[in-house]
Structure formats: C-alpha cells, structure tokens
Design a protein around this ligand. Sequence first.
Ligand code: SF4
Ligand code: SF4
Length: 449
Amino acid sequence: MATQPFHLLAKPTGAQCNLDCAYCFFLSKELLYPDSRFRMDDATLERYLRQLIEAHAGLPEVVVAWQGGEPTLMGLDFFRRSVEIAARHLEPGQRVLHTLQTNATLIDAEWAAFLADAGFLVGVSIDGPADVHDAFRVTRGGRGTHAQVMAGLAHLRAAGVEWNALTTIHSANADRGREVYAYLRDACGAAHIQFIPIIERVAEASADGAVPWSSWRDRPLYEQRGEAVTARSVSGAGYGRFLIEVFEEWVRRDVGRVYVQMFDVALANWVGVPPGLCIHSPTCGRALALEHTGDLYSCDHFVEPAHLVGNIAERTLAEMVASPVQVRFGEDKRDTLPAYCRGCDVRFACHGGCPKDRFIRTPDGEEGLNWLCAGYKAFFHHIDPVMREMAGLLAEDRAPAEVMARHAAADARRGRNEPCPCGSGLKWKRCHGAPPRAPAAPPPAPPGA
Ligand code: SF4
Ligand code: SF4
C-alpha cells in the first residue's frame, strides 16, 4: 500500500506537437525515438493506468496527467478510453483527477464538452497579450497562435471546464509582469496561474545570446548541459522583477480570488507546510515523466538517456519510483546545494530551485548555483513582510486576504509622486498606483456556444 502519492506526466504523443514554439527544447526529444509513430498504444495505456492506480492503493486520489508534445493530437477517443480504463481500475472509494496540458489550438466544442463531462483540469499555455504570446508561440510556418489559443479557450470557458494558465516568462514578457498578469486575469478570466521561467541552456551563444536556429526540431537532442543561455531566456534579475510586479498587483486586488502558484508555494514555505512544488521543496524525485513507449524518466526536464529509469513493460511504476536511483536523483537536489545556498537566509523558501538551472557559480566560485538566484533572492526578500503577515493571519484562523485592507490604507496615505513600493524606481502614480493597462477585449464566444 502506498503512503505517499507521486506525480507523473505522461506524453502520449512523445514530443510531437502541431506547433513549433521557438523556446520548446522538448521538440528535440523526437530524436530519442527515431522510428516511432509517436502514439501510445492501447496495451501501454492500459498497463500505465493500471500500474499508476495500483501504486496509489490506499490513497484517496490518483492524478492522471497528460502532457506533450501536444496530447490532443491523440484524438478524443484515446482520452475517452483513458477515462474508461482508469474508472475500471479504481479501488472502491478512490477518485481520479484527470488533467491535460495543451496549447489549446485544437480544442473545439466537442473536446470542451468531453473535458467538462469527465471533470478534466486543463492547463492552457498562453504567454500574455497577442504581441507577447506570438513572439515565440508559433506554427511550423512561423505564424503567431494567439487567436487560435483564445478560440480554444473560449470553448473551454463556454463549456465550464476548469482550467489554469501556464505562462512562460522570457525575453518578450519579462518586463511586462503587471500587464501580462492583468491580461490573464481580465481578458482570459484566469483564476489559477502558473509562471514558468524559460531557461534554454546552450554550450555557447554569441555575445548577445543569439543562436543560429529558430526551432529545436533542427537541433541535436537537448540535454541539461551548457553554461550559456539563448537570448530568449529570462535573466535571474528579470524573473525576480516580473514576480515582484505581479505580486504587488495581486496583493492589492486578488488575494483569495486569483491563485498564483508561486505565491501559494511561498506562503506554504512561510507557514512551514510542504509547498507542493518540487522546485521549492528540499528534495524532489516524485514528479516523473512517461514517454509514449512506456519509458519512465526521472523528471520531465530530464528526458534524456542518462535519466531513463526503466520501462513499465519490464518493471512496475511503484518499483521504479522507489528505486535507489530515483531516490538518489531526488535527494541530490538537497545534497548538492552549494555552501552559498546552505547559508542563505531565504533557503527555507527557495531550496536552491531546480537542479536543471544550477549552472552558474557562487560569488566565491563554487559551482552549482541557480541561474535564477538573483531573482529568487530579490523576490523572497521583497515578499517577506507580507508572507509573515499572511502566516500570522492563518495562525489566528483568519483569511490571508485581510492583507489587502492594510495595503489599501497604506496606499491611501501615499503621495502620488512618492516612489512605488514595488521598487521599480517609478513614481507611485506611474506604476502600481495607476490602473493596470486596459486588457484587450475578452475572447469571442465560440461558434454555436
Ligand atoms: S536564493 Fe539563491 S542562494 Fe538562496 S537558496 Fe535560492 S538559489 Fe540559493
Ligand atoms: S529536477 Fe527540477 S523539475 Fe525535476 S523533479 Fe527535481 S526540482 Fe522538480
């Protein structure tokens, strides 16, 4: 009987996708399976779901999470079968949560109705307003996809599907944090938002970070190696600024109304409960990736030969998740922290970030510092007073949203020409004291909705 759940992202089409997002290094993972059709077969589907549910015996919930590539390329019938197979294997009293991460460009009314009926939680990749989104999220012909995503999202919303926004932070939106956030909240209607920093490692880039290709389809297999990054990547300082800008908007208007994963995770660490996100936990190793062939890798970010744990046709998921090699993978997150992190005053909130991003040196020259360190430090220091206040409210059984009243009172006393408390250096009236930029019109209703 399992005592602890684990999370697994399954890729039924492998790395295959109908789009060609410029920063998507996962496209290159097609090279791992040169002769494949990139479609999970029914025997693998059945084996996977049976093993996943067996590994969660005795636990109240099993999460079946589909990701890609683009999983909707499998077609609806695959997911209908998946729901039916999972239901057949559940223990009495056990429930299943189906999730799907998608670029939403293939979502129509039929998809949306199915996802609503089956209770899917859908993650939609959207990077902000059209000009930001279309900078990198493009078709194979290089055309922007924003309009298609908004049409897919309109279907999801019309059908009442629960969804969250997955928004990558990169060179085209890092300095537009408040605007991107307001767009997701107001124009897209997002109530749950995850920000994902883009950090594309390369062996070398030119001085301006430019690389001589536009798609990872044209490149050798992407592996977590190299100490340079592409020009699309976000800097540590840029990521910190982005998060602070968003936080200062959220803490004034949206606490308890809009859920930003990074803020929930931070509050959990300030309160002292497990944060539910591997990146800011002491150890990891319980968020694995399953390829369409049944190959299991240690993590979605380490789908590469050195981190292949095994295949579900040969060993069970439960056995592989508990295997010494996987446990070591997870404990290395803590055990390889440089001294600089071990002595850091926000280590309790940061935990050194994800090992995939630890490729710079500490100020005293030790290897293994996270590329985002400057941003993490700035962000965690900036939010410390509010997090303490929220943790105090929770300890008294009061709602963290009460912090908004204190901010409103302080803002009312602030002069229009005083500096903005976000630290931008701008006057209050020109920064968070001004209304957020008006978002674009809401998405049109889908035809026939
Ligand atoms: S903020 Fe920087 S030094 Fe501190 S734990 Fe995170 S990565 Fe390490
Ligand atoms: S390597 Fe990074 S993304 Fe993967 S499980 Fe560990 S912390 Fe999470």
